[in-house]
Design a binder for this molecule. Structure first.
Ligand SMILES: Nc1ncnc2c1ncn2[C@@H]1O[C@H](COP(=O)(O)OP(=O)(O)O)[C@@H](O)[C@H]1O
Ligand SMILES: [Mg+2]
Length: 300
C-alpha cells in the first residue's frame, strides 16, 4: 500500500510545487550516495495552475485526460481509469531531454545522461480543475473524492505525493482527506508563520471529521538566505512550534532552483548533487530525511 503525502501550505509561492516535484523525483530515482532506495512514485497535481507537468517540460496543452476528467467521473464510473491519465517515466524523460535541447541550442552533444527519470508517474491537472471545485461543492462525499480516485493507485505505488493549490478550499481539503501525512514547506520570511494557525485548524478539522490518522511528515524551511537574521528568527519560531518535525535540512534561496523549470527538469535531476550545486544537494539531503521518516511509517 502506498504512503500518501500531501504537500500543503495555503500561502502562495512557498515552494510547494518545487518541493513536491523534487521529493517525488529523488524518491523515484533513489541514490546510492544518499542511501535512498528507489520507489515507485505517483505525483498528483491538485493545483489548477498545473505546474507539475511544466516542471518536467511537458506542454500542458498536449497532455491527454487529466485529474479534471477523473474528478468529473460519477461515483462507480470507471470508464476512464487513473492510468489513462498518468504520464510515465518514458514520456517525462523524453520531454525533459527535448526541453533541454530547446534551451541549449548551442550545445551539439545533446543532454547529459543524467537528464531522465525512472519509476515516476505524474497525474497532471489543468485550469478546469478550479471549475470542478465549484461542482464538487454540491456532491455527496465531496471531501473524499480524491481518496476514492487514488484507491485505484494504492496497490501500484510505494509513495503518492499530492501538490495542492494556494487555498484551503475543497481541492486542498480533498488532499488532506486522502493523505497519510502532510509535508508543509514554509518560506523563511516575515509573514511565513502568519496563517499557520489557519492551516493547523484546517488539519485538525479534517482529523476530527474524516481522517483521524492524518500525521505530520514534517516542516521544510524553503528559500532560506544564509546569514539572514530574519530567516533565523522564522526558523527558530517554527522549531518552537513544531519541534523536531522541522527538517534539519533547509532549502536555500537559489537562482538554480528558480531557473530549473525553464530547463525542463527539477533541480535534483538537472544538476548532480555536488559541492558546486548546493541547491541540488539540499533537496537530496531533504529527500534522505524524508526517506527515513517514510521508512518509520511503513515499518510501523
Ligand atoms: N529555493 C528557491 N530559491 C529560489 N526560487 C525558488 C525556490 N523555490 C521555488 N522557487 C521559485 O519560486 C516560485 C514559486 O515556487 P513554487 O514551487 O511554484 O511555489 P508554490 O507551488 O508554493 O506556489 C517559482 O518560480 C519557483 O521556481
Ligand atoms: Mg504550486
Amino acid at each position: 500500500m502506498a504512503v500518501v503525502i500531501a504537500c500543503v501550505n495555503h500561502k502562495g509561492g512557498c515552494s510547494r510545487t518545487t518541493t513536491a516535484v523534487n521529493l517525488a523525483a529523488s524518491l523515484a530515482l533513489g541514490s546510492e550516495d544518499y542511501e535512498i532506495r528507489s520507489r515507485k512514485v505517483l505525483l498528483v497535481d491538485m493545483d489548477p495552475k498545473g505546474n507539475v507537468a511544466t516542471t518536467f517540460g511537458v506542454d500542458k496543452r498536449r497532455v491527454g485526460p487529466t485529474m479534471n476528467e477523473l474528478f468529473a467521473r460519477g461515483v462507480g464510473d470507471y470508464s476512464l481509469k487513473l492510468e489513462d491519465c498518468t504520464l510515465g517515466p518514458d514520456i517525462l524523460s523524453r520531454s525533459m531531454r527535448a526541453t533541454w535541447k530547446k534551451n541549449n541550442p548551442e550545445k551539439t552533444r545533446g543532454p547529459p545522461k543524467h537528464i531522465g527519470i525512472r519509476n515516476l508517474w505524474i497525474l497532471p491537472a489543468d485550469l478546469d480543475l478550479s471549475g470542478i471545485e465549484v461542482d464538487l461543492a454540491t456532491r455527496v462525499g465531496r471531501e473524499n473524492r480524491l481518496k476514492l480516485t487514488l484507491n485505484e493507485a494504492m496497490d501500484h505505488f510505494d509513495v503518492i505525493i499530492i501538490d495542492t493549490p494556494a487555498s484551503l478550499g475543497l481541492l486542498t481539503v480533498n488532499s488532506l482527506c486522502a493523505a497519510d501525512c502532510i509535508l508543509i514547506p514554509i518560506q523563511a520570511e516575515f509573514y511565513a508563520l502568519e496563517g499557520m494557525s489557519q492551516l493547523i485548524s484546517a488539519i485538525r478539522e479534517v482529523q476530527k471529521s474524516v481522517n483521524p490518522d492524518l500525521g505530520l511528515l514534517g516542516i521544510l524551511m524553503t528559500m532560506v538566505q544564509t546569514r539572514s537574521k530574519l530567516c533565523e528568527t522564522v526558523t527558530s519560531h517554527a522549531r518552537k512550534h513544531f519541534g523536531d518535525r522541522v527538517f534539519e535540512t533547509q532549502i536555500p534561496r537559489s537562482v538554480a532552483i528558480a531557473e530549473s523549470p525553464l530547463e525542463g527538469a527539477p533541480i535534483v535531476i538537472a544538476q548532480k548533487p555536488t559541492k558546486s550545486n548546493p541547491a541540488s544537494q539540499s533537496y537530496w539531503e531533504f529527500a534522505k530525511e524524508a526517506d527515513e521518516r517514510l521508512k518509520a511509517i511503513t515499518d510501523s
